[in-house]
Write a protein that binds this ligand. Sequence first.
Ligand SMILES: Cc1cc2nc3c(=O)[nH]c(=O)nc-3n(C[C@H](O)[C@H](O)[C@H](O)COP(=O)(O)OP(=O)(O)OC[C@H]3O[C@@H](n4cnc5c(N)ncnc54)[C@H](O)[C@@H]3O)c2cc1C
Length: 315
Amino acid sequence: MSLTLVLTEHDQGQLKLASLSAAAFAAQVGEPFDVLVLGSGVATVAESLRTAGARTVLVADHAELAEPLADRYAHVIAAVAKARGATLVVGAVSTFTKDVLPRAAALLDAAMVSDVIGYAGGVFRRAQYAGNALATVELEGAVKFATVRSAAFAAAATSATPSPVEAVAVDAAALPKHTTFVSREVKKSARPDATEARIIVSGGRALKNSEDFERLVGGLADTLGAAVGSSRALVDAGITPNSLQIGQTGKIVAPELYLAVGISGAIQHMAGMKDTKIIAAINKDAEAPIFEVADYGLVADVYEAVPELIQKLKK
Ligand SMILES: Cc1cc2nc3c(=O)[nH]c(=O)nc-3n(C[C@H](O)[C@H](O)[C@H](O)COP(=O)(O)OP(=O)(O)OC[C@H]3O[C@@H](n4cnc5c(N)ncnc54)[C@H](O)[C@@H]3O)c2cc1C
């Protein structure tokens, strides 16, 4: 019998919504699927997954798994996949799954495909070359691994019958100890994460420094209850942190509204946001490529237009 195992992700006890997209993908595969939660003190996360349509919510809860150390997590994922007879192991694309799933796949000598945007009859579809080419991929072997783009799979509809929760035994002595947790540096932000937000206000090279970015892009985002994003030009210039970068080598997002502020619309940037429902752009150059994909465009200087927009929205 085929079984899909969905690796879920959480942050300090808060389920990442992208995990529900991975569950939606698993439902689309058409075989029964289990979801797996790893961590320490993760009962609330497990509870929030009970309506995701899984056969079982598996919980590997152990103090040794308190931090997502890749070698330990990969060991547990591989052990669970083997014990359950999983034929497909899947997670939503993120830095966490990029770190953990290829290691687990290697432990099982399994093939893996990343950035999946479609699936039918055992064949995966994935975007490559900044979304300019679509590849169809078939994997060989009894167990396959995949990461899927959450933007391509709408979060699973909640099922009426809650799935049972089952504890997975963790053999702490067998866990690899190559890496140890030293410390965590978390930048606290009241703003939503770009991968989970309905609206993203994203800034580009037009913003001259961090203060201007915070005042204009951050100010507009706060007025709209939105997340902030950034082009790589600002990340490279040290104006914004890497965690805000949208694009081919940043985050892939698909919000309801993406407001590009002083971003030219390079293909590598658009690879990360072109699945947005509505794109709006402010740019002083009427020929900027971003206007080719924008549903709404304003040719203006961001230093004049954005303060005015914030003021009008506040009214
Ligand atoms: C392998 C590779 C991967 C990459 N990955 C990414 C990625 O993940 N994400 C990403 O963003 N980029 C990525 N890039 C870089 C990408 O090619 C572009 O260089 C980058 O996106 C440009 O950022 P920008 O639009 O902010 O800057 P620019 O292209 O310089 O555009 C700035 C825009 O602001 C406008 N402007 C300037 N001043 C004002 C003003 N006062 N008011 C209004 N408009 C103004 C200009 O008209 C211009 O259109 C990658 C490149 C490579 C080679």
